[in-house]
Design a protein around this ligand. Structure first.
Ligand code: PNS
Length: 161
């Protein structure tokens, strides 16, 4: 049978347990997954692209069916070069929906072949995202249990504690 694969794009600055939940759920449906990290020159991420790639690779090292890559520019151009046309997106609250809906429609306008598939993250991670993790950690708030242990250590190092 043909292997089914998908692409999970994002900024991942940094990877959270919410992202991990989406990755694990995707692997129940697809045989292979590419985690595609956006290089966004307009944003100043906390972690460089290389740091994000190596952190994600380390956290996911026990999953041989996952590849970690980066892309810049339009997602649909990146997807166009891949062998799959399936984009995985995580949905937490209703508030995510409008933005994700707009992006899915635009991606579809740009490339009729693209299929966006929305998965819900585990309920434990419904209220977290990378931004809130950084906001809390910046002021010394506890983030362990919300991100993988390696990410927790690296975020704390970035903020100097
Ligand atoms: O983790 P994020 O920041 O929510 O991920 C957003 C991402 C990277 C998936 C989105 O910003 C994106 O696809 N950017 C690439 C540029 C693009 O294709 N924009 C048009 C889509 S409407």
């Amino acid at each position: 049978m043909k292997e089914r694969s998908a692409i999970y794009p994002g900024t991942f600055d940094p990877l959270t347990n919410g992202h991990l939940s989406i990755i694990n759920r995707t692997l129940k449906i697809f045989d292979k997954l590419v985690v595609a990290i956006l290089t966004n020159p307009q944003k100043t991420p906390l972690f460089s692209l290389d740091e994000r790639i190596s952190m994600i690779k380390e956290v996911l090292k026990d999953k041989p069916n996952i590849k970690v890559e980066s892309f810049d520019g339009l997602l649909d151009d990146y997807v166009d070069k891949k062998t799959t046309n399936v984009i995985i997106k995580g949905l937490r609250a209703l508030s995510d929906f409008e933005y994700e809906f707009q992006m899915a429609i635009m991606n579809r306008k740009l490339n009729r072949e693209i299929e966006s598939l929305f998965l819900m993250t585990d309920f434990r991670w419904l209220d977290i995202n990378s931004t809130i993790i950084k906001d809390v950690a910046k002021f010394g708030g506890e983030i362990s249990g919300l991100v993988p242990p390696l990410v927790c250590k690296k975020v704390k190092e970035k903020y100097g504690y």
